[in-house]
Write a protein that binds this ligand. Structure first.
Ligand code: HEM
Length: 389
């Protein structure tokens, strides 16, 4: 397997990782990323196949699961019960319960709320000609408010949720420091305490929300333990806003850089393909296997580079061109296989409705500064997006 070196925190890479992916992809479906010391799938074919291959998964093989340092226990206690970190049979049970509450009817019913909230946020934009950060004014508040409403968590706690969530998801970036770990453990403690209390209240006073439905699923044959319920709510809150914020930000920046177009379903998919907000997801190898001509042993890891798969010329002709009418294979931004994003219908709805409201209401929206990506790989999202209406 060919080796390539590239610091994930190098400024040029942070701003534009795609040339590196192109170089690596020219060497084959898989390459060895020396800075991470890991095999990476870089073609659309390899990423799609590996995400669907049941001989690999997200759960650490039992013999490799090392002891968790006690100071990080609050964080890893949540991960242990997270749908995203387990494999069947536990994954099947947890995902089934979440899907029972997370129905397409319930998501569809959020459309009027997403529209109304988008317009409320746009109403509060500063006067024309004044530069402002579209992430703060629009992309950040939209997803967190919607996920609060869906779960039934009070919206006045949105700031706390954002703070806890940011501290926890920071654990997945290339620059992980002792301070990040301490903050994540503290946030996990506070988030768990808040939800324990809140779930108790919901048990007394059920509502028409997802937490109430998950409690019902828990009580119905004790299928979802309280720890699982807490982990699931945290996962939905964390996963439910961070990636959506950055898709809205990257998408708005892309649209500002191109000719105006209607935000159709095809355009929504192209926004997801063109500049994915999450670039690297790992899989453990569970059997001794050969993939794309390379041998792997149980306990090896492979990283799937979603952002690279989406720009593979073998899957998408002229992949570095944003084409809102593009057809072609499903992009990999929302994953594939068993762990395919549970929130995909909600994410797509928020992108389509949110960006449509934005560009319809603000026909003269334009960049006030060149957008810059934050140095947080594997997250690929903007630091800020300064615009004027
Ligand atoms: C544009 C926005 C989003 C993107 C790009 C995104 C991306 C992803 C990806 C790539 C995965 C799979 C990870 C892997 O295979 O290792 C995933 C899983 C997941 N996502 Fe999303 N997501 C988004 C929005 C959401 C929303 C809005 C929610 C919930 C409200 C959500 C909830 C989840 C959950 C629960 C999983 C775990 C599913 C499982 O393990 O079975 N996501 N997401």
């Amino acid at each position: 397997m060919e080796k390539f070196s590239q610091s994930p925190t190098a400024p040029a890479f942070v701003q534009d990782p795609y040339p590196f992916y192109d170089t690596a992809r020219r060497a084959g479906d898989l390459f060895w990323w020396t800075d991470y010391n890991i095999a990476c799938a870089v073609s659309h074919k390899a990423v799609s196949a590996i995400l669907r291959d049941r001989r690999l998964g997200r759960e650490t093989p039992a013999e490799l699961a090392g002891p968790v340092p006690p100071e990080l226990a609050p964080f890893y206690d949540i991960e242990e019960h997270s749908l995203l970190e387990v494999e069947p049979p536990k994954h099947t049970r947890l995902r089934g319960l979440v899907l029972r509450a997370f129905t397409s009817r319930r998501i569809g019913e959020l459309a009027p709320d997403i529209t109304a909230l988008s317009h409320e946020l746009i109403d509060k934009f500063p006067p024309p000609g004044t530069a402002f950060d579209l992430l703060d004014a629009f992309a950040r508040p939209l997803p967190v408010t919607i996920i609060c409403r869906l779960l039934g968590v009070p919206e006045d706690r949105a700031d706390d949720l954002l703070r806890w969530s940011n501290a926890m998801v920071a654990m997945y970036q290339a620059r992980r420091t002792a301070q990040i770990e301490t903050d994540a453990a503290q946030a996990s403690r506070e988030f768990t305490a808040f939800l324990t209390d809140y779930i108790d209240q919901k048990r007394q006073r059920p509502g028409d929300d997802l937490i109430t439905q998950l409690i019902a699923a828990e009580e119905d044959g004790e299928k979802l333990s309280t720890e699982e319920l807490i982990s699931t709510c945290i996962l939905l809150l964390n996963a439910g806003h961070e990636a959506t914020v950055h898709t809205l930000g990257n998408g708005a920046a892309t649209l500002l850089d191109h000719e105006r177009c209607d935000i159709t379903e095809a355009c929504t998919e192209e926004i997801l393909r063109f500049d994915a907000p999450l670039h690297m997801f790992r899989r453990w190898v569970y059997d001794d296997i050969t993939l794309f001509g390379h041998d792997f042993k149980r306990g090896d890891q492979i990283a799937c580079l979603l952002g690279a798969a989406n720009r593979d010329p073998a899957a998408y002709p002229d992949p570095n061109t944003f084409d809102p009418a593009r057809k072609g294979p499903a992009n990999t931004s929302l994953g594939a296989g068993l762990h395919f994003c549970v929130g995909a219908p909600l994410a797509r709805l928020e992108i389509r409705i949110g960006l449509d409201a934005l560009f319809t209401r603000c026909p003269t929206l334009k960049l006030a500064e060149a957008p810059r990506y934050a140095d947080l790989y594997h997250f690929h999202g903007l630091e800020k997006l300064m615009v004027t209406t």
